[in-house]
Ligand binder design. Structure first.
Ligand SMILES: *[C@@H]1O[C@H](CO)[C@@H](O)[C@H](O)[C@H]1NC(C)=O
Ligand SMILES: *[C@@H]1O[C@H](CO)[C@@H](O)[C@H](O)[C@H]1NC(C)=O
Ligand SMILES: *[C@@H]1O[C@H](CO)[C@@H](O)[C@H](O)[C@H]1NC(C)=O
Ligand SMILES: *[C@@H]1O[C@H](CO)[C@@H](O)[C@H](O)[C@H]1NC(C)=O
Ligand SMILES: *[C@@H]1O[C@H](CO)[C@@H](O)[C@H](O)[C@H]1NC(C)=O
Ligand SMILES: *[C@@H]1O[C@H](CO)[C@@H](O)[C@H](O)[C@H]1NC(C)=O
Length: 903
């Protein structure tokens, strides 16, 4: 072994070999790892490049790759990047046009004042065997440590031993020690019956699969090789493996092992130290969440099985009759002729009739979204979408370079390749052509794992078309390649037998020779990018895309729903962890099918689900063909509940929309786990049946049948019921029973919040024209306190969502209260837009107010006689009404109390 100079400096330190320090290396059928043969420091002194060689060749899962290279870089103050690859030849890596690797801001996140300026994490490594560790500088805590038998551990018992690093063509393995104080989140997408934290002892497979979200604890449609690790005291970091190959991640409790079947090790470590910092740092790298149009925060109604335009019209009319708000009506595959994309059924959905219907919706401030599946039927010579695809040669190819044949709803299909620039252009053109006939407002991209009803390769069309047939009937050969049968088999918890089952064959080729084996998990992402771009180009407005299959960075292009759930209380409960997990990976616009997709909902279930679903970031009711209708007007009780719960959601639209703005800038989830707001509160870590909306609201839904009470966890502070300020909870950080009769959903405002709300209306467009109310929540049992809030307004449909003169307004509200007085001020950026729209605040509600006011002043002057106030001692609250504060102008509203007088 070559002698290495021992270095020790701020960023990086080399510890000499463990052997020289008297340590034993692990022997295993997977070898003894690698040793460092040479090291070069990066010129900027912020990392190194080292060459590695294998200590001992082994044969399990194939021969070792002998010539490895590691590049380690400290990027910015809070990010470490480590890539390990084959230095003798290139290997598959995720293209940057799918997942960008944005550089961190030079001096940390400027808008993120709580972060200190100095370096937050450092890197250390050992040379023989090679291993590396990432350490939080502030407290010397080891965040990740791949060194076998390492003694980096400060407070854990690192008794568990694991394999040294393994790097073979189709098998990569690396492990880290974990202290018992670690709580992990992420590694989706899956339905987690055990709640939000990952479960020690489980192995999480990551492979995009068309499997309903009713299937528990199994890899589903999306893939996120990323976890968040919260340590005692709430310090949080993120670990990302930027790799699109299939993998198993074993969470052993005191260790975690990645077993990956291709690509490279491409790790990013995000230092946090808060959960919000971690999502900020993660989405800075892979792409900020796409802004969603304002209308998409309204209520959406969908059903597979709306037979014709007349039926759609009835549904819209029934919402109106029942006084239930509705922004968007959707079509599943029913509208198509023979399930062909970009066609409408000539009898049930004639183009002209559909177009007239959509134009009427637009006149009423409502919208229309339709579904597209990736499979393009090849069975009709007169299907022009297919003909153009054939002419452009944009379909995936089998191993004999023929268009790869699969089978989905329309029967035999070819699959477009969205990695091919011509494939993207063809898709964009089809969308533009179709939009001329059917002026849809958004697109729903389904079945994009990719789902295929056959398992084989080189399939042949025998001339017969069966529509709607979900058993494979085209003839296929059984695939037999190193790709269809890799040496290491993912566990996949028994979901399907083989890696290529229910999807396209692993040896199928994309553009530039890219193998399906490598890029399988990226299909949904590549389709979302193409669809988002096509919508922008066609509508020249902010796009709305809803995708089933997602990957790291998908949030920059699409919204997401949790897929095929069922009409059960368990599915209702699990939907909460599913939407929270989506927010953690930078896909904040997410919901689950309200009232359940499969099966028939009961009135009680649908009643409880509309209460919960009204507060999902993306709020849509949807169900399967053949199931009984479940539009909220179907049952009187559900209709009444929908009026109240959706009514409240519509009042909250300015708050949701401002959270969207925050998400777009900082990655911040709209619906968040409680620990995002209370990271030091260890009780909050495992709360999986409640969630925060922003930092100001907490939703505590009923998740069980037959109950009229719900037991929720209330972190420390005052929590005012959003529906009835009087029923508040004063908590020391404890579980509390709150009443939940069938017409009640518990949503609470946390002290410290200024909440902007508007008036109820039947569409979001109408809400936009109503006056604002600010609800200021101070602690109830304290004469002093403070509260803050934010408001972003624009026209809701501009392609970008930025603060721009004349196009948008951003306001911050700061409120403070002492025994003698209270004061509410606004700070406004770019007020012109709000003024031009005439947006005004007419009412201010102060929760936790000290007494009736003895005087009210606006910018130092007594308010006019049209302003009145009422004090309700039972809350206590002070309501100041008759105001006319323009959102676009800064103001200072002050009120004095009786104490002020007597003092
Ligand atoms: C539309 O479908 C409904 C069933 O939902 C049926 O009763 C009606 O006859 C159909 N109308 C037309 C015009 O096809
Ligand atoms: C295309 O051909 C099919 C039969 O193969 C026929 O049913 C259909 O009406 C044709 N469509 C058009 C638009 O001509
Ligand atoms: C595809 O594979 C699954 C098992 O993973 C099996 O149940 C199914 O029968 C297979 N289908 C065909 C057409 O071979
Ligand atoms: C095609 O593949 C080569 C390497 O195989 C790569 O350098 C190039 O960037 C790829 N191009 C595209 C457009 O994917
Ligand atoms: C749902 O109800 C429909 C209509 O009553 C019935 O045909 C169907 O079998 C039911 N589905 C289930 C899963 O019970
Ligand atoms: C009351 O509020 C003040 C200022 O916000 C704070 O310093 C104090 O600790 C609070 N007292 C209680 C009992 O919560």
């Amino acid at each position: 072994m070559k002698m290495l100079v021992v270095k020790f400096w701020a960023m990086l330190c080399v510890v000499t070999s463990w052997q020289t320090m008297g340590m034993e290396t692990m022997a295993s059928s997977l070898g003894k790892g690698q040793r460092v043969t040479s090291v070069t420091e990066l010129p900027d002194g912020r990392g190194f490049i080292a060459d590695l060689e294998v200590i001992e060749q082994t044969t399990l899962y194939g021969p070792d790759i002998n010539e490895l290279r590691i590049t380690a870089r400290i990027e910015g103050q809070y990010r470490v990047h480590i890539q390990i690859l084959d230095r003798s030849k290139p290997r598959w890596e995720i293209p940057v046009f799918l997942v960008p690797r944005n550089e961190p801001l030079a001096k940390g996140l400027k808008h993120n004042l709580e972060l200190p300026e100095q370096q937050l994490i450092k890197l250390t490594y050992t040379t023989n065997p090679f291993g590396f560790a990432v350490v939080r500088i502030a407290n010397d805590e080891v965040l990740f440590n791949s060194t076998p038998s390492a003694t980096f551990s400060l407070n854990d018992d690192a008794s568990h031993s694991f394999n040294s690093m393994v790097f073979k063509d189709q098998y990569l393995e690396i492990s880290t020690h974990l202290p018992s104080s670690a709580t992990l989140f992420g590694l989706g997408e899956r339905t987690q019956p055990h709640g939000l934290p990952l479960v020690k002892g489980k192995t999480y497979s990551l492979w995009a699969t068309d499997l309903g979200s009713t299937t528990l604890d199994v890899d589903l449609y999306g893939v996120y090789p990323y976890y968040m690790d919260v340590r005692d005291g709430g310090l949080t970091h993120g670990v990302l493996l930027l790799n699109s190959n299939g993998m198993d991640v074993e969470y052993g409790g005191d260790f975690l092992t990645w077993r990956v079947i291709g690509g490279t090790f491409d790790f990013y470590f995000f230092a946090g130290p808060t959960p919000l910092n971690v999502v900020d740092q993660f989405t800075e790298l892979v792409g900020r969440p796409a802004p969603m149009p304002y209308w998409s925060f309204g209520f959406h109604q969908c059903k597979w099985g709306y037979r014709n335009v007349t039926e759609l019209k009835h549904v819209v009319k029934n919402f109106k009759k029942a006084h239930i708000p509705l922004d968007t009506i959707w079509n599943d595959i029913d509208y198509m002729q023979n399930y062909l994309d970009f066609t409408t059924d000539s009898e049930r959905y004639p183009e002209d009739e559909l177009k007239d219907f959509i134009e009427d919706l637009h006149d009423n401030g409502q919208h229309y979204v339709l579904i597209l599946d990736p499979g393009i039927s090849m069975a009709y010579n007169n299907y022009s979408t297919f003909q153009r695809g054939l002419a452009e040669d944009i379909f995936l190819k089998d191993d004999q370079n023929e268009n790869y044949l699969g089978q989905v709803w329309p029967g035999p299909v070819y699959f477009p390749d969205f990695l091919n620039p011509k494939g993207k252009a063809w898709w964009g053109n089809e969308i533009a052509e179709f939009h001329r006939k059917v002026p849809f407002d958004g697109l729903w991209i389904d079945m994009n794992e990719v789902s295929n009803f056959c398992n084989g390769t080189r399939c042949k069309f025998n001339g017969v078309v069966y529509l709607d047939h979900n058993e494979c009937y085209v003839e296929c050969e059984k695939p037999t390649s190193q790709w269809s049968d890799p040496p290491y088999k993912m566990i996949r918890q028994g979901a399907y037998d083989n890696i290529g089952d229910k999807t396209i064959a692993m040896n199928v080729k994309h553009y530039n020779g890219t193998l399906e084996y490598n890029s399988h998990n990226l299909y949904g992402l590549s389709e979302a990018i193409a669809t988002n771009e096509a919508l922008k180009a066609t509508r020249k407005k902010r796009p709305f895309v809803l995708s089933r299959s997602t990957f790291l960075g998908s949030g920059a292009h699409t919204a997401h729903w949790t897929g095929d759930n069922a009409a059960t209380f368990k599915d209702l409960e699990y939907s909460i962890t599913s939407i929270l997990n989506s927010g953690i990976v930078g896909i904040p616009m997410v919901g689950a099918d309200i009232c359940g997709f499969a099966g028939n909902a009961t009135e009680e279930l649908c009643n409880r689900w509309i209460q919960l679903g009204a507060f999902y970031p993306f709020s849509r009711s949807h169900n399967i063909i053949g199931a009984t209708p479940q539009e909220p007007y179907v049952w009187p009780q559900v209709a009444a509940t929908a009026r109240s719960a959706l009514g409240m959601r519509y009042r909250l639209l300015p708050y949701y929309y401002s959270l969207m703005f925050e998400a777009h800038n900082r990655g911040t989830p709209i619906a968040r786990p409680l620990f995002f707001s209370f990271p030091e509160d260890t009780n909050a870590l495992s709360i999986s049946k409640q969630f925060m909306l922003g930092s100001g609201l907490m939703v505590t839904p009923v998740t069980l049948p037959d109950v009229t009470m719900v037991n929720g966890y209330f972190p420390k502070g005052t929590w005012y019921s959003l529906f009835d300020y009087k029923s508040k909870v004063e908590s020391k950080g404890e579980r509390v029973d709150v009443a939940a009769p069938s017409d009640t959903i518990n949503v609470h405002i946390h002290e410290g919040t200024v909440l902007p709300i508007q008036e109820e209306a039947s569409t979001s467009a109408q809400v936009k024209k109503t006056p604002f109310t600010l609800v200021v929540a101070f602690p109830a049992a304290n004469r002093s306190g403070y509260a803050i809030g934010k408001l972003f307004v624009d026209n809701g449909d501009d392609i970008d969502m930025v603060i721009r003169k004349g196009r948008s307004t951003f306001a911050r509200f700061i409120a403070q209260q002492s025994a003698e007085r209270g004061i509410l001020t606004s700070k406004v950026t770019s007020g012109g837009y709000a003024n031009q729209e005439g947006l005004t605040i007419k009412t201010v509600v102060i929760l936790g107010a000290n007494s009736a006011p003895t005087g009210i002043e606006l910018s130092g002057e007594p308010v006019s006689s049209s302003v009145s106030s009422t004090f309700d001692a039972s809350v206590p609250s002070l309501t100041i009404s008759g105001l006319s504060l323009s959102v676009g102008d800064e103001f200072q509203l002050q009120w004095t109390t009786e104490l002020h007088l007597s003092g």
